[in-house]
Design a protein around this ligand. Structure first.
Ligand SMILES: C[S@@+](CC[C@H](N)C(=O)[O-])C[C@H]1O[C@@H](n2cnc3c(N)ncnc32)[C@H](O)[C@@H]1O
Length: 210
């Protein structure tokens, strides 16, 4: 989703993916970790959840203003591609698809991670091209320079960057009426009056330094 995505859309998406995050957290050594980095932290929702699960230093990076971060989290404003930090765990949510070269970014993160470090993806979309509404949304995201099918390329991108897959999965978000403000922001005058329900696939994964 674009930088203009309404916060309520990100909140709905976050709520719908609670089970995915619980699985991810169960696979990560959150308690012993010393440094956890969340690039593209956006709303701060994931960071707030994480802060209750780890005693690690939590570093959140975003080029946009973040409404609310947990007490004690460190916020770095700016381009996450220019701030690669030493860490035990990186975790991101709907961030990598916005990078022009996620593979190159992940290679640099892998070198900064601890030898037994992890990168967890708490969600990346894989828009379907055989659905007209999803296809129109995918086109609008691609025009912004984002990769609307990135979710389908998680394993190959992480593999190419020197990670091995610990576990990954795909969930189909329950079909819901798309948010009107989001549709208008993405599709402008092309936004259909009766769009029908939207159920997008979300891919997730936990990857480990090889
Ligand atoms: C779709 S939002 C997702 C926000 C949040 N992670 C979530 O799941 O609700 C993508 C976020 O990544 C941030 N972002 C994208 N590219 C970035 C970059 N190169 N450096 C820092 N932040 C970036 C955007 O500002 C935005 O907050």
């Amino acid at each position: 989703m674009s930088p203009s995505t309404p916060e309520k859309v990100l909140l709905r998406q976050f709520r719908n993916l609670g089970d995915v995050r619980r699985t991810i957290y169960s696979l990560l050594p959150l308690r012993p970790a010393r440094v956890v980095v969340e690039p593209g932290c956006g709303t701060g929702l994931l960071a707030r959840e994480l802060s209750a699960l780890t005693g690690a230093e939590l570093v959140c990076i975003d080029r946009a203003r973040v409404p609310e971060l947990p007490a004690g989290a460190r916020f770095i404003a700016g381009d996450a591609q220019r701030t690669i930090l030493r860490a035990d765990i990186y975790i991101s949510s709907f961030f990598l698809y916005q990078l022009p070269a996620p593979g190159a970014y992940l290679r640099r993160v892998r070198r900064a991670l601890a030898p037994d470090g992890f990168y967890a993806v708490a969600g990346e979309f894989a828009y379907r091209r055989d659905d007209p509404l999803q296809s129109a949304l995918a086109d609008s995201l691609a025009r912004e320079g984002f990769d609307p099918g990135f979710g389908d390329r998680l394993a190959e991108t992480f593999g190419g960057a020197g990670f091995r897959t610990v576990e990954q999965g795909v969930v189909e978000l329950e079909k819901e009426e798309p948010d009107r403000d989001f549709l208008t922001a993405q599709l402008g005058s092309e936004a259909p009056d009766s769009p029908g329900k939207l159920g997008v696939r979300v891919c997730w994964g936990v990857y480990r330094v090889v």
